[in-house]
Design a protein around this ligand. Structure first.
Ligand code: COA
Length: 162
């Protein structure tokens, strides 16, 4: 069974990430969604919260996906799971240079590791998690950007931090 790994911080998961998940599942039979601890990024949501939001958001794909937290290097986690294909979404030329560098570094660390870049639908090319958090902080409409359970979690979290 062909399985790929889709890593990210997912702080929080957005409709753009879900678009990539749907596209990846049209190519691969199974997808492990790897939620990175990534403390350097100072995430708003704890790792367990990001994992459970991803599980709720990707529930329509239950049976073909598994959501797993990970700490440390992506290549080590991939090796542990015996997966050598990584999926990354590229929203435009702005993403490309960093993604290219990361893919080459991962391949240097594990020569068997391949990275496949997928383009999200053009309606999500502007979207990122920081934008969604800012909209939530300022009380804006979240429905166009994130699935309902994530919108609820964002509102609860913003209530916590106010
Ligand atoms: N739709 C909407 N937003 C998207 C998106 C899409 N399709 N694809 C990416 N984004 C957003 C993300 O939400 C994120 O937004 P933010 O910066 O506002 O939080 C931004 O684009 C960058 O996302 P991404 O490139 O996926 O970075 P990330 O921080 O989410 O994930 C890891 C990066 C976790 C994959 C990477 O740091 C990693 O592998 N870490 C493990 C340690 C390691 O191995 N390091 C060496 C790598 S060579």
């Amino acid at each position: 069974m062909r399985t790929a790994l889709f890593p990210g911080t997912f702080d929080p998961v957005t409709n753009g990430h879900l678009d990539i998940i749907g596209r990846a599942l049209a190519i691969f039979e199974r997808l492990v969604i790897a939620v990175a601890a990534n403390p350097a990024k100072g995430p708003l949501f704890r790792l367990e919260e990001r994992v459970s939001m991803m599980k709720a958001a990707a529930a329509p794909h239950d049976g073909s996906i598994e959501v797993r937290p990970f700490k440390g290097l992506l290549v080590d986690f991939a090796r542990e799971l015996d997966i050598n294909v990584v999926i990354r979404g590229v929203r435009g030329v702005g993403d490309f240079e960093d993604e290219f560098r990361m893919a080459l570094a991962n391949r240097k660390l594990n020569p068997e590791m391949e990275t496949i870049f997928l383009m999200p639908s053009e309606i999500y090319t502007y979207l990122n998690s920081s934008l969604v958090k800012e909209i939530a902080r300022l009380g804006g409409e979240l429905a166009p950007f994130v699935p309902a359970p994530v919108a609820a979690a964002l509102r609860a979290k913003m209530g916590d931090v106010k």
